[in-house]
Structure formats: structure tokens, C-alpha cells
Design a protein around this ligand. Structure first.
Ligand code: 5AD
Length: 365
């Protein structure tokens, strides 16, 4: 006889087969049991607060050519931009003033010295300018600027950034190879996560859900990877086709699976919460690209972080990693009030003027 779902959900540790079973649930009553267990655990391990990280997409210039991504180097239809230091500082000041507590600086990948030095300078300046009585340590800064050397990661850390996001995208070597150009390797991504940890960052990673040919076992292995490598923060969302990429021809397949992929993304959040417990998990914008209340649903399935847009509206249209990205025309203040309303609508509180660090990081360090 198979074990009851309630007993399975109450386990402390999970085999890959257990995780695959949880990800495979489809009956509404079973999915609700999964959701409510994840909700119970996020409240227990992280509290009821949802933390904001203001998202500043400061450049879409990219030297990488990932097959899924709309801003890949080979997409010549994209207008490339790089925000000025002043523009970035203005967005950062906005984050601090409205109580976000943290910002994420995200861009396409570059490894040249000018880029690295620019980021170091920006991080130092943001730190200096955003110190206040309500935010004595200045804005918490998360970087999301790709694969770099350990020395570069250390420079970023010493400048004042303390969290770093680098998605592994998938831990399946065959799938990773299929969606990336030959110059990119899963081994290097994994090495980068190790480097980040050695340098002292709170380390975030994540995967895309619903990639062509991705199996439930692949996703179960991804969650085991988060657990095994003691990841502090997770951001993951559904794969969404961008038509100016080599994966455009998957559009019909993805459209046919849209509802299933959305549900799978919610289940990934819930199961990650149940397995990893005290990590920060973001309800990502890609969820909202699929359903108007996708992020709120993510929060109800165990997420505790949202990343409101604070990128200046005039360049936002040029940072389309996937199609159907929401909030393209709302300014940062509109995004803020809309999100606050949405978070309260699902009975959660908003953590203001706090970094909202990963409890997992606090426990492991
Ligand atoms: N669909 C969904 N997510 C995407 N990303 C890039 N392209 C897509 C897409 N087409 C995600 C990747 C990357 C993050 C910044 O955005 O996971 O790491």
C-alpha cells in the first residue's frame, strides 16, 4: 500500500522518489494539501512577512547566447542599453525611500574590467547613499550578473553586495547542454556557486520549469541539488518562449502545456519549501506572466520574496527575457502599491526597511 500523502508531507527528509511523487500530484485535494503544508512551513521558518527586493535591470548587453533568452547576444532585434550611474542610484534611492530594504542589480553577462569596475563603484555608492536611521546598514544589495571568477566575486562582496543570484537553470547535464551554447557548462555554473559561497555571499540559484524534454525526475533532482548544496535563496519560474530565439519552435508545445506548467511551477515552490524549509523563495515575475495573480499564488505555495520592478520605464521594454512580461508600463510607485495590495489580499504582511536575509544562511554561518 502506498504511504498516505499526509504522512509523506510530515517527513523530515525526502528521497528523490518522494519529491517526484509530490511534484506529480494533480488532484485538487492533493494539491491543496501540498500547498497548505508549504504555507505552514513558510510561516514557521520565515514568518508571515513578505520581503521586497527592488529590481533594477541596469543593462541588457550580454556576451552569452543562451538558447532560451530574449536578450541573448545573437538577437539583433534588441536595442541594447546600459543605465548611467545616476539612473541606477536614483532607482536605488527610490527603493530605500519606500522601505524596500533591498535591491537586486541584474543585467546581461559581461566579464570585462570596465563592467566589473562599474558594478563595484555602483555598489559602493548605493551603500554609502542609502544609509539612514531606518536603514542603518544601507540598502541590502543582491547581484545577478552571471558567471565570474572568484576574484571578481570577492571584489563585489568587498564593495558591499552580500547576496548573489545565479540560476543553475537545470541540473540535468543533457538538458543544460541542449539549452546553452557549447561555451557554457553546467560544471562551471556549479563552480561559480561554490566560489560565491567561499567568498561569503548568501547564495541564490534556481531553475526554469517546463523546459522542453524536462522530466519530473529532472526537477526532483534540482530540488535535491538545492538541499545538498545548502542553497540560501531560490528563484524559479516557468519557461516562457521568446520568439527571437532558437527555441521559438517550441511555442505550440509550450502553449499546449501552459496550465500544467504553471501548476508545476507552483508545486516546485511548495516542494522546495517542504524539503529545504528555511530558505528564501521568490514568487517570480515569470509566474505573473502566465497568470495575472501568479505571484500571489506563488506566495500561497510557500514563497516569501517578491521583486517589484524599479527599472526606469523607458528601458523596460528592452529587457524581455521572455514574452508577455507584466508591468512594462507601470512606474515604480504604481508597482509598489499594486504589489502591496496583492500581498495583503493573500493575508501576508510586508517586511519594510529590513534586508530580509535568508534564515538558512543565518543557520549555516
Ligand atoms: N523564460 C523564462 N525564464 C527565462 N530566463 C531567461 N529566459 C527565460 C525564458 N525564456 C530566466 C533564466 C535566467 C533568469 C535571469 O531569467 O532562468 O537565469
Amino acid at each position: 500500500m502506498t504511504q498516505s500523502l499526509t504522512a509523506l508531507l510530515a517527513q523530515k527528509t525526502f528521497s528523490t522518489a518522494d519529491i517526484a511523487r509530490l511534484l506529480s500530484l494533480t488532484g485538487p485535494a492533493d494539491v491543496e494539501l501540498l500547498r497548505s503544508r508549504a504555507h505552514e512551513l513558510v510561516l514557521k521558518h520565515c514568518g508571515s512577512h513578505v520581503f521586497f527586493r527592488g529590481l533594477i535591470e541596469f543593462s541588457n548587453i550580454c556576451v552569452s547566447d543562451c538558447n532560451y533568452c530574449g536578450i541573448r547576444k545573437s538577437n539583433e532585434a534588441v536595442d541594447r542599453y546600459m543605465l548611467s550611474k545616476d539612473d541606477i542610484l536614483e532607482s536605488a534611492r527610490f527603493c530605500a525611500e519606500v522601505g524596500y530594504g533591498s535591491a537586486v542589480l541584474q543585467s546581461g553577462e559581461r566579464i570585462d574590467e570596465a563592467f566589473v569596475a562599474f558594478i563595484e563603484d555602483i555598489v559602493r555608492s548605493i551603500k554609502k547613499e542609502t544609509v539612514s536611521s531606518t536603514l542603518p546598514g544601507g540598502l541590502g544589495i543582491t547581484l545577478c550578473v552571471g558567471e565570474q571568477t572568484e576574484d571578481v566575486y570577492r571584489r563585489f562582496y568587498n564593495a558591499g553586495a552580500h547576496r548573489y543570484l545565479l540560476r543553475i537553470e537545470t541540473t540535468s547535464p543533457t538538458l543544460f547542454a541542449k539549452i546553452h551554447p557549447p561555451q557554457q557548462s553546467l560544471a562551471n555554473r556549479m563552480d561559480c556557486l561554490d566560489r560565491l559561497r567561499r567568498v561569503g555571499f548568501q547564495v541564490g540559484t534556481g531553475v526554469m520549469i517546463g523546459l522542453p524534454e524536462q522530466t519530473i525526475e529532472d526537477l526532483a533532482n534540482d530540488i535535491q541539488f538545492f538541499k545538498r548544496t545548502s542553497i540560501d535563496m531560490i528563484g524559479m519560474g516557468p519557461y516562457i518562449v521568446h520568439h527571437q530565439t532558437p527555441m521559438a519552435h517550441y511555442d505550440r508545445d509550450i502553449a499546449a502545456r501552459k496550465d500544467a506548467v504553471f501548476l508545476l511551477a507552483l508545486k516546485m515552490i511548495a516542494v522546495t519549501r517542504i524539503v529545504c524549509k528555511d530558505v528564501n523563495i521568490a514568487a517570480t515575475t515569470a509566474l505573473q506572466a502566465m497568470q495575472y495573480d501568479g505571484r500571489e499564488q506563488g506566495l500561497c505555495f510557500g514563497a516569501n520574496i517578491v521583486m517589484p520592478q524599479t527599472t526606469p520605464v523607458d528601458v523596460r521594454n528592452n529587457y524581455l527575457l521572455y514574452e508577455g512580461k507584466p508591468c512594462l508600463d507601470e512606474n515604480a510607485s504604481q508597482c509598489k502599491s499594486c504589489l502591496e495590495r496583492r500581498i495583503r489580499s493573500v493575508g501576508r504582511e510586508i517586511g519594510t526597511n529590513e534586508w530580509g536575509d535568508s534564515q538558512h544562511f543565518a543557520a549555516r554561518s
